[in-house]
Design a binder for this molecule. Sequence first.
Ligand SMILES: [Zn+2]
Length: 311
Amino acid sequence: MSERRALGIDIGGTKIAVAAVDGVGRIHAQTSLATEAEQGFGRAVERMVTAGDEVLAQAGWNRRELCGVGVGCAGPVSPQRGIIDNPYTLPTWSNCDIVTPLRTALGKPAYLENDADSAALGEWFAGAARGASRVVMLTLGTGVGGGVVLEGQVYRGTQGEHPELGHMPIAQFAVDARSEAACYCGTRGCLEAIASGTAVAEAGKPFGFADSRAVLAAFGDGDSNAAAIIERVQRALDMATWTILHTFMPEVIVLGGGLGDAQFELWLPAMEACTARATMVPAGGVRIVKAELGNDAGQVGAASLAFGGKC
Ligand SMILES: [Zn+2]
């Protein structure tokens, strides 16, 4: 039995990453290209196909051997219809069918998933949550994203929408009742408005910190303003963990994203203390783990979509 092979593509606002991934989630070759969304969707698809052929050649594979190609893309996307509809961070990409042109070009099945969900799938398929049947992944990056994987399937809400874990309320109840923490979703005090890289940078501005990195560096140097900002994130993650535990009762919570995994040790104690306090959650029943695949998670998860069914 030969190994299964697929292409995994991860589309972000600035960069598209393409990988040749085998059936156990190993990347054999990889490349990336600037997204240049404003150059048009058709042009981007052509460049993705070219990049796909490049990584296949590097891996010593060919199109005929592929189970298919999977795409993870910054949402809104419709996995069922194979449509990317995200003119917000991918200018001009309104109502774009990505599945049909990729299937036509490569002659293989094509799949689409939201980027947070494909990262969660990647961590389940070959990363920190390997083998777990109930996984919640929280991604702290520019924003806060989340994905839920149950028995190897992405959990979907109404009309195919995925849960928006970044918009669970935090500040109204727990962190600071007077918090400004205005969120673009129309409310205040969402997890994303406190624990994202953007929110940390915003909170640091009044103290002269240039960005979230500067806040973290100052925290390391013992700065009390930076410490207050970090503590706020820790309390927000404590509250978010409480909500995730009682809503999903997951086996594993994976923390990923630039701010989530690079600074994992800053957040883990608060999340574990929360878990220990939760009397309704089976003792020892939940693991909180650091994402293992970093920026590769989306490509691995997207590729894994092609390994279902007959392949
Ligand atoms: Zn919000």
